[in-house]
Design a protein around this ligand. Structure first.
Ligand code: ZN
Length: 156
């Protein structure tokens, strides 16, 4: 069957940026499973999955706006260093800021910390090399839960 709304899709992927640097990959792991139409993967990848079938291999190029968003420089913020207390702060560290957002430390000076509230992949064109491993219809239980169940998995 071909991927359409409410398909359960299992796929392997390797994600690279435009320089060819690997950002993420399912290689060596279980393939990723998701529910088509459930907004569980970035919109630009979900739309390019539509109509594909088991065994298909393709590359989906996803612009930032359809991926993790455009880079927003308003989300760069300088925070006084003393706000971090005794914690050691270094570039590259990530902190929880509020319930759903994570900020990344860009730069640390004697008195200030430059933090970036953009998603680490904001502004990045995503190149997904995809191999579709399996496509099946979602069960009614999966549809009512809004997520995919593993083989033999039972819960309420
Ligand atoms: Zn469930």
């Amino acid at each position: 069957m071909n991927i359409s709304n409410n398909s359960v899709v299992t796929f392997h992927y390797t994600l690279t940026n435009n320089d060819g640097t690997v950002l993420d990959s399912s290689e060596g792991r279980e393939p990723f499973a998701y529910l088509q139409g459930g907004s569980m993967i970035v919109p630009g990848l979900e739309s390019q999955m539509e109509g594909k079938a088991k065994g298909d291999k393709f590359t989906a190029v996803v612009a930032p706006a359809e991926g993790y968003g455009d880079f927003n420089k308003d989300l760069l913020q300088k925070v006084p260093l003393d706000r971090f207390g005794d914690q050691k702060v270094e570039a590259g560290m990530q902190f929880q800021a509020g319930e759903h957002s994570v900020v990344t430390v860009k730069e640390v000076t004697d008195s200030e910390v430059l933090v970036d509230g953009n998603h680490p992949l904001a502004g990045v064109t995503l190149n997904f090399a995809v191999e579709v491993i399996d496509v099946r219809e979602a069960t009614e239980e999966e549809l009512s839960h809004g997520h995919v169940h593993g083989e033999g998995e039972h819960h309420h």
